[in-house]
Design a protein around this ligand. Sequence first.
Ligand code: PLP
Length: 383
Amino acid sequence: MTEVPFNRAYLTGAELDYVGQAVDSGIIGGDGPFTKKATALVAGLTGATSALLTTSCTHALELSALLLDLRPGDEVIMPSFTFTSTANAFVLRGATPVFVDIRPDTLNLDERLTEAAITSRTRAVVVVHYAGVACEMATIMAIASRHRLSVIEDNAHGLGGSYHGRPLGSFGAMATQSFHVTKNVQCGEGGALVIGDDRLTERAEIIREKGTDRARFFRGQVDKYCWRDLGSSYLPSELLAAYLLGQLESFERIQEKRGQVWSAYDQRLAVWACERGVRRPTVPAGCVQPAHLYYLLLPNPVQRDDFLRHLSERGVRAVHHYQPLHNAPAGLRHARVAPGGCSVTEEVADVLVRLPLFAGMAAEEVDHVVDSVLAYAPSRVAL
Ligand SMILES: *Cc1c(COP(=O)(O)O)cnc(C)c1O
């Protein structure tokens, strides 16, 4: 039987060579030549003037929370349909995530519900461009500016995506990227903080370097470095940056390969989905999505589980996605739900299925996933 994993690490071919060069050079700490090159490419792809590589998107989120100087009691608006780190980074600062429901079409923070969730304690809005499909940024930026709130884009899915011609990651005061092995561009574990507000750059460098101005020292701008501020160690070693550069230099090829899989699913499953009452991803006009993930929304939770079982029996490792944070044990302790609740989030989480999607997918693997999906008819329990 053909086994199709959910994800398989993709090698462009340059990674080992670059890692070898870093090893041979002896420069294997942080912020060396590979970090500089990789950083420039990340900034270019996100339309930013500056970016800082980090050890993960989680750490980039923590860095963004430190930069906001949040205090206990401050509130941060965000979706509940996201990865734990989106909320956890702010809870670590003592802030309270306030969960706003998502739109039933794009599964993004519902901008129409956002303003009603603002209180006198609200400091920031964190948007997650789910599947790399942009949130309604025109409305969200207008609300944020009206209420003087910072916008942070958790852009873990969105590298290469755009909204009315503008790259995702270029809207907020800050955006965070992930280079985890499951993301489009990968180095095992890694990330970046993309900075849209230049006033934040110098302090971001300090926080990332254990609270010191070591980055300025290395540039010859100060003659010794010292402890300036709160901080942690968020910079990756050159070994990771070298691997990452190999990936970033082949970004177009990665995107083309992923895009082919995404489009094959979307076209070949369209009729089946329509007949079965299954919903496919919505990509609004003006949005370019970067083929980060392909999902289907089954008609109900019983059919979703039935469908996953059917695919698993054929060796297709499809999976569900985020369990709503507002109902999770830590979410109940540390966060609250905006008035109006998160019913769409709860419904979507129970019916969503992600299909295997990775850059190195063979045509036979795509065929096998498509054939397996098309062979699905709800079993008796699911009708
Ligand atoms: C993957 C992901 C993260 C975490 O990324 P890491 O690099 O693993 O820390 C955060 N937010 C979202 C939306 C993600 O998909």
